[in-house]
Every structure is written in C-alpha cells, then in structure tokens.
Design a protein. Structure first.
Length: 148
C-alpha cells in the first residue's frame, strides 16, 4: 500500500492563524479529518484574500478544486492555534497546486516552546469560467502575484 508523500519546501510566503473551535472536535476528542479539510479551505481563502482574490473572483475568472491530498502527522485539540502556511506552485496552462503546512506550538518538558507539524496537504486548483461552465487559462496577473 502506497502512502502519500508530499514534498515540502523550507519557505512559505504566507501564513495565518486559525483557532480550533469546540465544533471542530469529533467523538475521539480531537480534530477529525473532515475538519482538517475545512481548516485547509479557510487557509486557502485567507491566502487568496491576501492577494485580493476569492475562488470566484480570481483575476477575471473563477477556480475549482479538483483534488486534495492530506498527510497527517499529529493531532489538533480544542484551544490549539493552527499556524497555516500556504504557497502556490506547479503551474500549468489551466491550473496550479497549493501546498499547505499546518503547525501548532507545544510546550516541552522544560516549558520552552516547540513548533509541531500537524498536517501537510496539497490541493489542485483549476481556473474555471462558471458562466460558460468551461476550464480556462490561469490569468498571468494571478500567476505573477501568487509566485512573488
């Protein structure tokens, strides 16, 4: 059985904080896999907002997510503050990949802080004209903004 292995760069150019809410906790007492996808969605929305975009207003077009891959590394609990880092890479004519790194801060036995990687994930975004119901090219303006 193959495992997902997501290659991670050292540097991300965007990060945001996302709190874990009580409604994010499942019957196992931690954040469930479905909620991790919601946290990734929130990180993606904040990433696009930072550049002046949304998934519907993306430099003259829209976007749809065509796939997602999540590599779980650690648990999240109520009260954790997620540091979500996002970057765009692997552009093609009609789409690109978004890479996500979710981390949290924990305390060591000596009470010093330590960053713990919780999740690494990717989503594939394709540019889409919702009016014509047709895949379109990635706008040059957006590609430049997201990679600078």
């Amino acid at each position: 059985m193959s495992r997902i292995k997501i290659e991670r760069p050292e540097q991300f150019h965007f990060s945001c904080l996302i709190p874990v809410r009580i409604t994010d906790i499942n019957y196992g007492g931690h954040v469930g896999n479905d909620t991790v996808l919601s946290i990734i969605h929130e990180a993606r929305m904040q990433f696009f907002k930072y550049f002046g975009y949304t998934e519907i207003q993306f430099a003259g077009t829209g976007m749809i997510m065509t796939d997602a891959a999540i590599e779980f590394r650690n648990e999240l609990f109520y009260g954790d503050m997620v540091i979500a880092s996002v970057m765009a890479r692997e552009f093609t004519k009609v789409g690109f990949e978004l890479l996500y790194k979710l981390e949290k801060e924990t305390l060591r036995q000596d009470e010093s802080a330590k960053m713990v990687q919780v999740v690494v994930a990717t989503t594939r975004m394709v540019c889409y004209n919702y009016e014509k119901k047709k895949i379109v090219s990635v706008p040059d303006e957006a590609k430049v903004k997201l990679t600078s």
